[in-house]
Write a protein that binds this ligand. Structure first.
Ligand code: SF4
Length: 376
């Protein structure tokens, strides 16, 4: 019987950053919209870099701006593109193929061989992936050194890395050796668990979830669960370490229930079949309403006057400040009241999480406002 290749077992450069954290990681597919958007932007960049499309021919404004920015970053470094969306072979020290992957783009600058990778979403440590790609490029071009350019399209962040052939090969060898003996390493919770296809059956997550569920379980047979729960919660509140462990376990249980086991979808399915699920019923969702800010200002605020407008208008102070600074060099004319300082609890999260979405939202709003003012 033919042996499954390492690549088919999941040993792919795009998985390397996750495998370095947990060798049992299995990639799951992204939400439909995200995948389509990321792929679409990659396709546009491919066409532009292959000179099959001009940036100004891209209809989607958000994509056009992102592609223009990425091309500008490449040009600024004097990189002459020699390949786009090219498959490269990742080999061992003996030159035998271990796996393969697709490099977004590569080329030559005034002094260096350059590899380029485009990313949508947040900034993360992708260096293991780039070690594989740059190692493959260096072997093919017979050079010992390479520069890597990572372009975060949503964040408009360009990061550069220097990679040498020896350390890239060492990193791949090390990961390959661990991957081949992965049965010896237990799964380890890490920031990529949210993208792992086996989270719903992962022992790390299941143990945490079952710990969270067991918190109120009776310690002795005739003890009432409610008393045990009250006692356990009071005990947890006295111990910061236990409290941290419990809260993590509780959040894991929550994610399993909502994302992996999708129990709410199962409830909806039963209700749609006309079966009774105690405590639940099907309700029509309220219709979402939205208005164009520009139209509200012109048709309501101006004729109704500012006193009435106070009843329905809300203002984003940072955006107002920003727009005022663009509009006038005079000091900001409005008095800003500041609330007393308040603190909130934040759980440790991977670096950069949510920053790309926030950057996109800001740009989306700015584009919508620009569109509205152009239309007037
Ligand atoms: S869910 Fe489990 S197997 Fe997947 S990456 Fe996290 S710890 Fe590893």
């Amino acid at each position: 019987m033919k042996e499954t290749s390492l690549r088919d077992q999941g040993f792919r450069p795009s998985n390397f950053p996750k495998l370095e954290e947990c060798l049992h990681f299995v990639g799951r597919s992204f939400p439909e919209g995200e995948t389509t958007r990321g792929l679409h932007w990659h396709e546009l960049l491919e066409q532009v870099l292959k000179e099959q499309l001009r940036v100004d021919q891209i209809d989607d404004g958000e994509a056009r701006e992102a592609v223009a920015w990425a091309v500008g970053e490449i040009n600024q470094r004097g990189i002459v593109i020699r390949g786009v969306e090219e498959t490269v072979l990742v080999t061992g020290e003996d030159g035998v193929e271990i796996t393969r992957g697709v490099v977004d783009a590569w080329g030559n600058g005034p002094e260096n061989l350059w590899g380029i990778d485009f990313k949508t979403g947040d900034q993360r440590d992708y260096s293991a992936q780039f070690a594989a790609y740059s190692g493959a490029l260096m072997a093919r071009e017979n050079v010992g050194h390479c520069a890597w350019l990572e372009l975060y399209l949503d964040l408009r962040v360009a990061s550069e890395y220097e990679v040498d052939a020896g350390s890239a090969q060492e990193r791949i060898n090390e990961l390959q050796a661990r991957f081949e003996r992965r049965a010896e390493e237990a799964p380890l919770a890490n920031p990529y668990c949210d993208w792992c296809a086996v989270r719903g059956t992962c022992p790390v997550w299941l143990e945490a979830a079952s710990d969270a569920l067991a918190v109120g379980a009776p310690a002795v047979p005739d003890e009432a669960p409610v008393n045990r729960l009250v006692y356990e919660i009071e005990r947890l509140k006295q111990d910061p370490v236990e409290l941290g462990h419990f809260y993590t376990a509780y959040r894991r249980l929550e994610k399993l229930v909502e994302d992996d086991w999708q129990l709410k979808d199962k409830i909806a399915e039963y209700l749609e079949q006309g079966r009774e699920v105690p405590g639940f019923c099907l309700r029509r969702s309220p219709t979402q309403e939205s208005v164009e800010v520009e139209e509200v200002v012109l048709k309501c605020v101006l004729p109704m006057g500012s006193v009435r407008a106070r009843e329905f208008l809300s203002v984003s102070v940072p955006r107002l400040r920003q727009e005022w600074a663009r509009f006038s060099s005079d000091p900001f004319p409005v008095t800003v009241e500041q609330s007393p300082p308040a603190y909130h609890v934040r759980q440790d999260a991977p670096k950069g999480r949510g920053r790309a979405a926030a950057a996109r939202a800001r740009r989306g709003k700015a584009m919508a406002l620009k569109g509205a003012s152009d239309a007037v």
